[in-house]
Design a protein around this ligand. Structure first.
Ligand SMILES: NC(=O)c1ccc[n+]([C@@H]2O[C@H](COP(=O)([O-])OP(=O)(O)OC[C@H]3O[C@@H](n4cnc5c(N)ncnc54)[C@H](O)[C@@H]3O)[C@@H](O)[C@H]2O)c1
Length: 363
């Protein structure tokens, strides 16, 4: 923080719909050393609804919010199509940013953002792959990395939503939902994904015409380890995200909703399943915010890196995997991700990757 500024990190939040308003609440009520000073949303009414109760200013233009004097750092929660220009504005202003996934909507633009940040010589962009901050994912990653289970051979992932808007077609399911599995798989396996295949099965009657819901997605990791993903976004039940690793010496599973009270009522027994992603990952979103805010304050104070979690390389990798996934859906073929180091350095899956990084500072 420069001279004359308070110690508190003053944050602008761009886009205050479902995620952005959650982040405003998190920054206001559950994050130490940070507050929301500015809100910008293309709906003025929505901006005021979120900004006024927390005493933040509303600025109509996101670019103006980024450069404002009372803004030290930025949270981007606008739709993915707006991310590229808003991140580039933050890099231009030298301000730390926590950007919701996706980093950008195409691998080429994500690579360009990675290159732009690399040229600055300082990491300023954290991508909101919040599962890395979830206690279960973090424990599973540590268990795998610690070698207790032996080499991981397969991951079996389940991603089910109770319902989604009509526009969620097969390609959107890859870009919006499977993108989380793309980052989780890289995080858990500690390596890059080399190829993606998709099998479109029998659709649920709840799916609009032409939409394959559910689908089975297969990632092939660079080592040959396999990742199966059931993506089913219209179950009508609840939000269910499970991951099982099958390794040489054992297996482990997360996401079983074990922390709930099992009721015995009216001749039946059971508990509730988390209704939505905020309920399931609330702790992860809040921990992500605290660690980002701490890293942003450190980065501002030292002029160094301002990130503690997945960064632009991880955003690029997820974009490349999703692009291959969408092509696999459209063409019905196995598609290689063709990931290259966009900085031009050798080693497509080399040490720039955050794949093996824990939630810490090496990703
Ligand atoms: N990490 C997660 O688990 C998770 C979950 C949901 C959404 N997301 C991501 O968060 C982002 C927002 O999703 P959402 O569900 O909150 O969407 P939303 O539609 O609820 O909210 C988006 C908000 O951004 C505003 N907006 C639109 N264009 C804008 C622009 N150019 N500049 C500023 N504001 C703009 C809209 O008016 C709206 O208020 C997306 O990138 C989405 O992929 C992440």
């Amino acid at each position: 923080m420069s001279e004359g500024q308070s110690d508190e990190l003053r944050v602008a939040v761009l886009g205050v719909g479902k995620m952005g308003s959650f982040h405003v609440d998190s920054l206001t009520r559950r994050t130490r050393g940070a507050r929301v000073s500015v809100v910008s949303d293309c709906s003025d009414e929505q901006a005021h609804r979120v900004a006024d109760p927390v005493g933040a200013r509303v600025v109509a233009e996101p670019a103006e919010a980024v450069t404002a004097d009372d803004v030290d750092a930025v949270v981007i929660a606008s739709p993915g199509t707006a991310h590229e220009s808003q991140i580039l504005a933050c890099l231009e202003a030298g301000k730390p940013v926590l950007c919701e996934k996706p980093l950008t909507t195409e691998a080429a633009t994500a690579a360009a953002v990675y290159r732009r940040e690399t040229a600055l010589g300082r990491r300023l962009v954290q991508v909101g792959f919040m599962r890395r901050f979830d206690h279960e994912y973090a424990a599973l990653q540590q268990m795998i990395a610690g070698g207790e289970l032996g080499a991981p051979l397969m991951l079996h992932c389940t991603h089910r939503n109770p319902a989604v808007p009509e526009f969620f077609d097969s390609e959107y399911m890859i870009r919006d939902s499977v993108v989380h599995e793309a980052d989780s798989a890289r995080f858990l396996l500690g390596e890059e994904i080399a190829a993606v295949s998709v099998v479109r099965g029998r659709p649920t009657a709840a799916a609009p015409a032409g939409v394959s819901d559910p689908m089975l997605v297969l990632f092939e990791a660079a080592s040959g380890a396999l990742v199966t993903i059931e993506i089913f976004v219209r179950t009508g039940i609840a939000y269910e995200v499970r991951t099982e690793v099958v390794a040489e010496h054992g297996s482990a599973i997360i996401g079983l909703d074990q922390n709930v009270v099992a009721k015995r009522v009216g001749g039946t027994w059971g508990g509730t399943i988390t209704p939505d992603f905020v309920a399931r990952f609330g702790q992860a979103y809040d921990d992500q915010m605290q660690r980002w805010a701490d890293a942003a304050r450190r980065g501002i104070a030292t002029g160094g890196d301002a990130v503690d979690g997945p960064g632009t390389w991880d955003g690029y990798a997820a974009a490349a995997i999703c692009e291959a996934g969408v092509a696999a859906v459209v063409k019905g073929e196995r598609i290689e991700t063709g990931m290259e180091d966009p900085s031009g350095a050798s080693g497509a899956t080399g040490d720039r990757s955050g794949a093996s990084g824990a939630t810490g500072d090496d990703s």
